[in-house]
Design a protein around this ligand. Structure first.
Ligand SMILES: [Zn+2]
Ligand SMILES: [Zn+2]
Length: 226
């Protein structure tokens, strides 16, 4: 087969599971091996790096201290934001090569099934303007290709590109989401899905809106932890 990522020829490793579920590897093992997974122990709230013998990272400790009345949203991430991952994200999200979602759909699906099986998935939306500019929502494409059903019930106000903002500017922005679902949730646990977790502001904003609209508990799963 031809590797979707490097263009090289490769022989797909045999797996009974993959044969049974008719799944195909789309990239060669060298390409897949260059992406670094997050290893335990990680911060119990944001999945970020922690100091030895700690449960929470400095940022989460600080956040809790400054915002004692805010809900705590636990985030799980699968991959580290390495240079190799930046390169993938660039090709996928900014150059719009949507076929590259296939590199990580097995990881996403497996993580969901292992940890969040009964959760309803809500992907982080793009603003109308951003969607028009990019042409696709990179998070929805990941979910679709992974065969994970999701609900679109959040709307996002158009703001400055997040990647252009400093950590402080990101954290001090106002709420950027509103609810646009047909009806409120009735006692369902929700899993927010996003591609990259940076300060946690996006996930927390979305979670607050979902909790106000009937979600019983909210977690987030992000492919990459920056
Ligand atoms: Zn390759
Ligand atoms: Zn943390």
């Amino acid at each position: 087969m031809i590797c979707l990522y490097c263009g090289g020829d490769f022989i797909e490793p045999f797996s009974l599971h993959k044969m049974f579920f008719k799944e195909r590897e789309t990239a060669c093992s060298q390409c897949l091996a260059q992406f670094e997974r997050i290893k335990d122990p990680a911060c119990e709230i944001c999945c970020g790096t922690i100091l030895e013998n700690q449960k929470l990272c400095q940022n989460c400790k600080e956040y809790i201290k400054l915002n004692p009345n805010q809900p705590i949203i636990v985030n799980k991430s699968i991959f580290q934001y390495t240079n190799e991952m930046k390169e993938w994200l660039n090709r996928y999200k900014f150059y719009g090569d949507v076929t590259l979602a296939s590199l990580f759909i097995t990881d996403l699906k497996e993580y969901y099934q292992k940890s969040f099986r009964n959760f309803k998935i809500v992907p982080i939306p793009l603003s109308k303007e951003r969607l028009k500019e990019r042409g696709f929502n990179q998070v929805e494409i990941l979910a679709q290709q992974a065969g994970l059903p999701f609900i679109k019930c959040l709307q996002r106000v158009h703001t400055e590109k997040q990647s252009k903002l400093s950590r402080y500017e990101r954290l001090s922005r106002e709420q950027v989401f509103s609810f646009c679902g047909d009806e409120k949730f009735k006692n369902v646990p929700i899993l927010i899905l996003d591609d990259v977790y940076t300060t946690g502001k996006t996930v927390r904003d979305a979670a607050i809106i979902l909790l106000q609209n009937g979600a019983t508990e909210v977690y987030s799963l992000t492919l990459i932890r920056a």
